[in-house]
Design a protein around this ligand. Structure first.
Ligand code: GLP
Length: 262
């Protein structure tokens, strides 16, 4: 794992977008794992700008999203299906047949989860997985005590997560579904590269636990410490509680790999 500290949330989002664009340019048929949430909005905005400027072609790209709320139809404006269409899919030249999210309204959710895993396999696996970090330390919707080897399945959401995500439900956390279909931690770890983006002082504590704390299913993002190619892109506010700051800064400013991004 490497942690890249940028001066602002905007700079962190820009770096993440550039990294994704670089991977798409290097492999036009990239399989991109997409995340949702506020942090991702700026990244999708920047990818859209690059596409409109002519420097980024999504025509060969395939996407798999991490998760969807159980009980919401894909057309529901509060669904992640809708979020993705609005934030990315309808703004770039991706083929809609190449975009995938689990269907939280499927009649048989266990079968839907199995099929989702099978689809990822058929696509050749995820090349680059974008991730945000939830307040409970979750990746996808893998709430505390999710098995670190879990696969796509239904997961009950904590009250903390439902409160964090209430904005899309008119601010009422009681209106937020109690369950979600989510890629498992094991599914996420199979991505060949992982890019987690975390910004804001409100995430500083959980980010320190996720990156520097002991590996535990209580904070499922800690499983990323096992991944051979994981970069965590953050801003100064999210960095506040990290112990290894000086080393992370040195790496970012000296490692040749990051030269194009400095
Ligand atoms: C939701 C999503 C996560 C996302 C998290 C962080 O819970 N399931 O994939 O990472 O929100 O969201 P935000 O970026 O809004 O803080």
């Amino acid at each position: 794992m490497e942690i890249l500290i940028l001066e602002s949330a905007e700079a962190a989002e820009t770096l993440a977008a550039k990294l994704i664009a670089n991977r798409i340019t290097a492999k036009p048929d990239l399989v991109l794992g997409c995340a949702t949430g506020k942090t991702m909005e700026g990244i999708y905005d920047r990818l859209t700008v690059m596409h409109r400027g002519g420097s980024l072609d999504f025509s060969g790209v395939t996407t798999f999203n991490l998760d969807e709320y159980v009980g919401l139809e894909p057309v529901d404006e509060r669904s992640y299906h809708h979020y993705m269409r609005q934030r990315l899919f309808d703004r770039v030249n991706i083929r809609s047949a190449n975009t995938h999210l689990p269907n939280g309204a499927a009649p048989d959710l266990a079968a839907e989860a199995r099929e989702y895993e099978a689809l990822i396999k058929v696509a050749g696996g995820v090349d680059v997985q974008l991730l945000g970090l939830g307040s409970t330390g979750h990746i996808g919707f893998n709430e505390p005590l999710s098995a670190l080897m879990s696969r796509t399945r239904q997961k009950a959401l904590t009250e903390t997560t439902r409160k964090q995500n209430a904005a899309m439900f008119g601010g009422d956390f009681n209106a937020v579904p109690t369950r979600a279909l989510t890629m498992g931690v094991g599914t996420i770890l199979e991505a060949r590269e992982i890019v987690m983006v975390v910004t804001g002082a409100h995430k500083a504590d959980i980010l320190a636990r996720a990156t520097e704390g002991p590996i535990s299913s209580m904070v499922t993002a800690t499983a990323l410490q096992l991944h051979p190619k994981c970069v965590v892109v953050i801003d100064e506010s999210a960095a506040e509680h990290l112990e290894g700051l000086a080393y992370y800064r040195w790496q970012f400013h000296n490692e040749p790999e990051w030269e194009p991004y400095r």
